[in-house]
Design a binder for this molecule. Structure first.
Ligand SMILES: *[C@@H]1O[C@H](CO)[C@@H](O)[C@H](O)[C@H]1NC(C)=O
Ligand SMILES: *[C@@H]1O[C@H](CO)[C@@H](O)[C@H](O)[C@H]1NC(C)=O
Ligand SMILES: *[C@@H]1O[C@H](CO)[C@@H](O)[C@H](O)[C@H]1NC(C)=O
Ligand SMILES: *[C@@H]1O[C@H](CO)[C@@H](O)[C@H](O)[C@H]1NC(C)=O
Ligand SMILES: *[C@@H]1O[C@H](CO)[C@@H](O)[C@H](O)[C@H]1NC(C)=O
Ligand SMILES: *[C@@H]1O[C@H](CO)[C@@H](O)[C@H](O)[C@H]1NC(C)=O
Length: 397
């Protein structure tokens, strides 16, 4: 059996067909990403504003983070998203798109009680970022136990910088100390080799954008579960606080602006927006087997993005994609270690396709997509990408 992404490789000489196919392919992947996860749920204006609007009058009371019109059409988008299932019938294989209910807070809380106890359901109004004040009861050195620092000493300078301004910013109210905590306003996500780093570098110099202290924290997909590198088994989990620490410089700045605003009673201050650029947040669900205890099912009950969706429903996402064949070859050239050649590339792609097809002969599509063992064994491509390719076959042939 052959599939579209694979044929695309063979048709590289046939420019017309290739361009057409690849275009459709890219379109389907985009549709796949967007329809299968209408993350912000069509609730509000989805345009990404690089220039945050002027701050209003300081208001310390909370704003409902899920402030949106509960109209019927939106509700449909929110509660049901489509996921592809492979359908086998006498007439052959076909992709069947079936509904999946988007989990709500009650579905997810039990799996991450600590995270849900820290991140409030309502955020402060004066910043576009999801921020809140949290009492600080910690050590003299706020970062001594941060796992990002413990595992990578190269971050020492960054943490030293954060340490120096930490105590200056801490607010004392009635014998208690408070710090501002923030999650990102937007995420840059996408496949590898699609320009996420380029976009990151450009936005890094934007006067109104601040990024996490580390470029790709990979917290939602890996560190949250204790996975340090892709394909490794979990070690110790990175608590949410370690991740939040990465936004401290931005949070301190926003808090400073807030105090200044209160002092001057002047609402005309530009508040920066916070970004995060862990590309894998889009597709990496390999950790699911470590998250759900007693799971006898072969499919994840919930996905990484479900958690972000419930915790910050208004998060914005910039998705970076590219012509899938070009992407794959670029990925191969960049990540493969030895004996790179066109033939070797061909064999690795073929082997990956064969392994995926072989899984599909015995298991449902969704369990193959989320088969972490299989994903780790594939010499190239991911089950996720293979599924996107597969859906193209059934849409175009
Ligand atoms: C502060 O925000 C709350 C909730 O959004 C609102 O009810 C209240 O009127 C606001 N207060 C001021 C002084 O604007
Ligand atoms: C959502 O999906 C469920 C289960 O497949 C179905 O029963 C329900 O009618 C769907 N709701 C909408 C609004 O499509
Ligand atoms: C998992 O199963 C064991 C034994 O059946 C049970 O004691 C435990 O409570 C279960 N854990 C969860 C989280 O359901
Ligand atoms: C690369 O090719 C050489 C010679 O054919 C072989 O000995 C070696 O094992 C190959 N390395 C890898 C990583 O496949
Ligand atoms: C792909 O690999 C299989 C064996 O795994 C082989 O039979 C087949 O000829 C290969 N196809 C191509 C196009 O190289
Ligand atoms: C997952 O992949 C592994 C390795 O290919 C395979 O042994 C296993 O049966 C697969 N599991 C499912 C549920 O398909």
């Amino acid at each position: 059996m052959c599939f579209a992404g694979w044929r695309c490789l063979h048709w590289c000489r046939n420019l017309g067909r290739r361009t057409l196919l690849c275009l459709v392919f890219a379109l389907v992947i985009a549709t796949f990403v967007l329809t299968s996860y209408v993350l912000s749920g069509g609730k509000q204006d989805h345009t990404f504003h690089f220039f945050p609007s002027k701050l209003k009058e300081p208001n310390l009371s909370f704003k409902k983070s899920q402030e949106y019109k509960q109209d019927k059409t939106d509700q449909t988008i929110m509660t049901n998203i489509t996921t592809p299932h492979l359908q086998t019938s006498s007439s052959g294989h076909g992709l069947l798109w079936v509904s999946r209910r988007i989990p709500d807070i009650e579905d997810l809380r039990q799996f991450e009680p600590h995270i849900f106890s820290i991140i409030p359901q309502e955020f402060l109004q004066f910043s576009r970022n999801p921020c809140w004040y949290q009492e600080y009861k910690g050590e003299r050195d706020p970062y001594s136990n941060n796992a990002y620092l413990l595992y990578a000493k190269r971050f020492r300078t960054i943490f030293e910088e954060m340490r120096q301004s930490f105590w200056k910013r801490l607010q004392a109210i009635g014998g208690h100390h408070y710090r501002l905590r923030c999650l990102p306003y937007f995420y840059i996500i996408g496949q590898p080799k699609c320009g996420t780093t380029d976009l990151y570098n450009r936005l890094l110099v934007h006067p109104s954008v601040r990024f996490s202290a580390i470029k790709e924290p990979q917290w939602w997909t890996r560190k949250r579960v204790g996975i340090l590198r892709q394909k490794e088994t979990p070690k110790s989990r990175f608590p949410l606080e370690n991740y939040l620490d990465l936004f401290d410089l931005a949070a301190q700045e926003i808090q400073g602006l807030h105090s200044e605003m209160k002092r001057k009673e002047d609402g005309n201050i530009d508040s920066p927006i916070i970004g995060e650029a862990s590309a894998s947040t889009m597709w990496d669900n390999d950790a699911w087997i470590y998250i759900y205890d007693n799971v006898t099912n072969t499919e994840p009950p919930h996905l990484t993005l479900d958690f972000i969706h419930v915790l910050q429903p208004n998060a914005k996402f910039i998705v970076m994609l590219r012509d899938p064949v070009e992407r794959l070859y670029s990925d191969y050239l960049y990540f493969s270690v030895a004996n790179k050649s066109v033939e070797d590339f061909h064999d690795k792609v073929n082997d990956s396709v064969q392994m995926f097809e072989s899984c599909l002969r015995t298991s449902p599509l969704r369990s193959c997509v989320y088969n972490t063992t299989l994903n780790n064994l594939l010499p190239l491509l991911s089950t996720w990408e293979l599924t996107s390719a597969k859906s193209v076959k059934y849409f175009t042939m």
